[in-house]
Design a protein around this ligand. Structure first.
Ligand code: FE
Length: 336
């Protein structure tokens, strides 16, 4: 009788103790990707991988999240930062907001050039920044490379988004990495000379300007093209894959890193590992018509329909490392 009572007490202690510690397992995510993408991923993870885990998240602009992480410092509740563009991941790393991740799973699933050399962050999807042109006024035979957009044959025919956008800073940084600063300055200066109009604040406006006849060629991320074609399937626009006989198309990533002061590092890494696997990769890539970062996962049919291309294998991290140089260079040649 005595033993039973003790036993019962132990069971009660353990059950309340054990479940409460399980129930208290919370993963906190700061995400610059929108709720529409994040929420279904979180729901699926909890349902299929870890029903005992609670995941809290907030979504905001990348810059706001970095400011918040910096201000919260050691007291932050955030375990994982998810954002777009290597420029932002680089910023997070530079401001000492991330910590290295040891994971054989991530190492095997995410190619080297899509992650930071010390594993501070990993790419989760790939976005291609390529040439878009008017199918009414441009013969694609005339298109070759990003460099060639500086050729005088495009004088008064080029539209670009502002140099303030990190996407263009990363593109110019990739030119510096591949061609050197001097050559890049010549090229970007040529682009500025060829501009048909002031720069635009979005990729969509660049394509609208081409459709309106203001210019004939531009540079955009392919998912904006995908969005526009969904709305206007008859739009006289097409994508062109430049630099196919040399380094390939400029790519960037969306990605994630574990915060420096993560309280729940284990669950942050486990969730990140799951994000690199096929089900999540398809969801991440397909929601915004991007390409999976894991090369063993295929793209959505609508994305694959834009054609196969050779992508630049340059380590995306270089776009972060050369970001300052790129910004200064663009400023020098009057690309604002
Ligand atoms: Fe975008």
């Amino acid at each position: 009788m005595r033993f039973t009572l003790v036993g019962l007490l132990l069971v009660m202690l353990c059950s309340s103790g054990c479940t409460s510690s399980n129930d208290e397992r919370t993963l906190v995510i700061y995400s610059a990707r929108n709720e529409q993408l994040i929420k279904p991923l979180i729901d699926l993870y909890i349902k299929t991988q870890d029903p005992a885990l609670k995941i809290d998240y907030i979504t905001d602009d990348a810059s706001a999240l970095l400011v918040r992480l910096e201000a919260e410092n050691k007291t932050t509740q955030a375990d994982l930062l998810i954002t777009v563009d290597v420029g932002n991941l680089w910023q997070a790393q530079q401001r000492n907001l991330l910590s290295p991740i040891k994971s054989a799973v991530l190492d095997s699933m995410i190619p080297k050039h899509l992650r930071q050399a010390d594993n501070m962050w990993f790419g989760l999807s790939v976005r291609a920044r390529t040439i878009v042109y008017s199918t009414e006024r441009v013969d694609p035979e005339q298109l070759v490379t990003y460099e060639d957009l500086a050729n005088s044959k495009w004088h008064g025919r080029l539209c670009l988004r502002t140099a303030k956008k990190v996407y263009n800073q990363s593109l110019v940084a990739s030119l510096i990495a591949n061609l050197g600063e001097e050559k890049t300055e010549e090229i970007v200066s040529g682009w500025v000379n060829n501009l048909a109009t002031d720069v635009f604040s979005s990729d969509t406006q660049v394509m609208d300007a081409i459709l309106a006849g203001q210019c004939d060629v531009g540079v955009v991320n392919t998912y904006y093209f995908g969005r526009l074609m969904k709305e206007k399937p008859d739009a006289k626009l097409a994508l062109f894959w430049p630099n196919q006989s040399d380094r390939g198309v400029h790519i960037n990533i969306s990605g994630a890193g574990v915060t420096r002061f993560a309280k729940n590092r284990d669950d942050a890494i486990a969730f990140l590992e799951w994000l690199a696997k096929s089900d999540a990769q398809r969801m991440i890539a397909d929601e915004n018509q991007e390409y999976p970062a894991n090369p063993n996962v295929s793209s959505a049919n609508e994305v694959a329909a834009w054609g196969k291309f050779k992508a630049d294998k340059l380590a995306v991290e270089l776009a972060g490392k050369l970001q300052k140089k790129a910004i200064k260079l663009m400023d020098r040649v009057g690309y604002h």
